[in-house]
Design a protein around this ligand. Structure first.
Ligand code: AN7
Length: 356
């Protein structure tokens, strides 16, 4: 087996690269598909739930799949600078891949509404971090405008190479399972990723590698749920800052995915999202960020109501690593730290009192 060198090399024949293209990669992709063991039992339902743990990508989110392609193509085209607006993960990925390619990354982030880990990443990878007094949607509008006036390549998901890279996650799911799941559940912000997965499944379907495609189910945070409201939302709010997006960039594409896959959109409250994040940690040992937990939160509800019937095979994408947002994670932990003197007696007592 050749050494794994990232998803472009692995899926080269399905991606728009040439033999002599210089690949900008950090070994992204090839993430685990973990079968949940305890949560299905707690639900009391006969379902197979797998999570695609995208938090194990090099910068801790699925954005790396798109960014390896977008930056590879930007460099191939002779670009010396990339730019994006971001709720955090895109900026972390852009900053890292720009560093790898030795080009400049400019990232526009919303003032104060970005998880700490993501801000630290953009800064230490050496991006030019521009904090705007506005939200993601304001940043996106500004990025589109400034890219017409300055020599910078946009690496948000409106860059078509992003979705090309991201579609490879669907290929990996199929290779792991040997088939496509019945339902693919995924958090939706700009709706780029749901579009990319559908592209991936559809390509494998067209090639006869799978005979059935999943129903695609997109979950949004209630305070940032334009697909549920049927129109853009001007002041999105949610604890899941990654998906605090009111004007999705892949609006038309996502509606098409819903229709073609016979899927649906639904919303989750912040409470449901946080509860699912914690449950996944406590019952399975898997730590994802709040936005990612929307996929499981929604899936659990749809399993309970039998909208997703028993006997189903379900994949939930966990889009980002829990370590990205330590503040929200800590606020979730209600049991206090055990604080004692550094003596054997006290340590022993602390343990004996708490054995279950
Ligand atoms: C963890 O980083 O839009 O529906 O600027 O970080 O493809 O937008 C992040 C999006 C889900 C939503 N989960 O994906 C950004 C950004 C996490 C995310 C989404 C994002 P899309």
């Amino acid at each position: 087996m050749p050494r794994y060198t990232g998803l472009i090399n692995k899926y080269r024949d399905r991606l728009p690269v040439h033999d002599d293209t210089r690949i900008i990669s950090l070994g992204e992709g090839n993430t685990p598909l973990i079968r949940l063991q305890n949560i299905p039992r707690l639900l009391g339902k006969d379902v197979d739930i797998y999570v695609k743990y995208e938090g194990l990508n090099p910068t801790g989110s699925f954005k790396d799949r798109g960014m390896t392609m977008a930056v590879t193509k930007a460099v191939e085209a002779g670009s010396h600078a990339i730019i994006c607006a971001s709720t955090g993960n895109t900026s972390a990925a852009a900053a890292a891949y720009a560093a790898r390619a030795e080009i400049t990354a400019f990232v526009l982030i919303p003032d104060g509404k970005i998880a700490l880990g993501k801000l630290a990443q953009a800064m230490i990878y050496g991006a030019v971090v521009i904090q705007i007094k506005g939200n993601f949607d304001d940043g996106m509008r500004l990025v589109k405008e400034v890219a017409q006036k300055a020599p910078v390549t946009i690496v948000n998901s409106i860059n078509p190479y992003r979705l090309q890279g991201q579609k490879t996650a669907a290929f990996e799911v199929v290779e792991e399972l040997g088939f496509a799941p019945d339902f693919h559940c995924i958090p939706v912000g700009n709706a780029g990723n749901i579009t990319a997965y559908w592209m991936g499944y559809s390509e494998y379907h067209a090639s006869g590698i799978i005979h059935q495609r999943p129903r695609m189910v997109g979950y949004q945070a209630s305070g940032a749920a334009p697909f549920l409201r049927g129109k853009m939302v001007d002041n999105p709010e949610t604890v899941a800052t990654a998906i605090r997006i009111g004007h999705p960039q892949s609006w038309d594409q996502a509606w098409k995915v819903r229709e073609e896959s016979n899927g649906w959109f639904d919303e989750c409250s912040d409470e449901e999202i946080l509860a699912a994040q914690k449950l996944l940690c406590e019952k399975e040992g898997i730590f994802c960020e709040p936005a990612s937990a929307a996929s499981l939160a929604g899936a659990m509800r749809d399993i309970q109501t039998a909208k997703i019937p028993e006997g189903s095979r379900i994949v939930c994408t966990l889009t980002g690593n829990g370590l990205k947002d330590p503040d929200v994670a800590l606020k979730q932990c209600r049991t206090p730290l055990v604080s004692i003197e550094a003596t054997l007696d006290q340590v022993q007592r602390a343990i004996v009192e708490r054995l279950r």
